[in-house]
Design a protein around this ligand. Sequence first.
Ligand SMILES: CC(C)(COP(=O)(O)OP(=O)(O)OC[C@H]1O[C@@H](n2cnc3c(N)ncnc32)[C@H](O)[C@@H]1OP(=O)(O)O)[C@@H](O)C(=O)NCCC(=O)NCCS
Length: 173
Amino acid sequence: MSRAPFRLAPLDVTHERTMFNSDSEPLNRYLREQVTQDVRRRVAACFVALTDKQRIAGYYTLASASLLLADLPASTGKKLPRYPTVPAVRMGRLAVDQAFKGQGLGGALLADALDRAARSEIAAYALMVDAKDETAAAFYRHHGFIALPDSPHTLFLPLATVRPTLETDNKAR
Ligand SMILES: CC(C)(COP(=O)(O)OP(=O)(O)OC[C@H]1O[C@@H](n2cnc3c(N)ncnc32)[C@H](O)[C@@H]1OP(=O)(O)O)[C@@H](O)C(=O)NCCC(=O)NCCS
């Protein structure tokens, strides 16, 4: 299978958004019509995978969030301080253009989101997602995410389990 090289970068106004065509029309529409406003208002950050021709092959968004301690599995909750909420980063949206599906790009975008969240100086316990359907939830479970017991389409992955690719890692030794 041919694997296109991708460059991951924050979305900027020069990126062509209208051609993006994933399996999900709401996620296509969001990229076309809504995301730049959300970025401007600082309610979401958006990162894109670009081909060598600057085409958007995939994207995801991140924003601050919180999880209710009481919603977490008991085995997780008992290891955390007794505050009502636990800080998290929400990956609000993730989509790969149909032309690039099945080439590892969705997994690479997810890894990039985990890496960004784990590298942040602002603490967050987990990356969380609201999967739009059971297929999406299966994708996240495949990558180690844990479902909330009473809300199986909300899933989280503790960031302490992620080894961030800190540039300083290499320099520190
Ligand atoms: C879900 C989506 C992002 C996956 O992107 P992709 O580039 O096709 O996925 P990848 O090729 O990176 O797959 C990575 C791994 O996940 C697995 N995988 C992909 N979809 C899966 C699913 N629905 N259930 C379980 N595993 C899945 C692949 O088999 C692969 O496994 P491997 O690394 O062990 O070989 C893409 O199909 C998409 O954009 N769907 C429409 C929008 C959507 O559903 N977004 C989800 C967020 S709500």
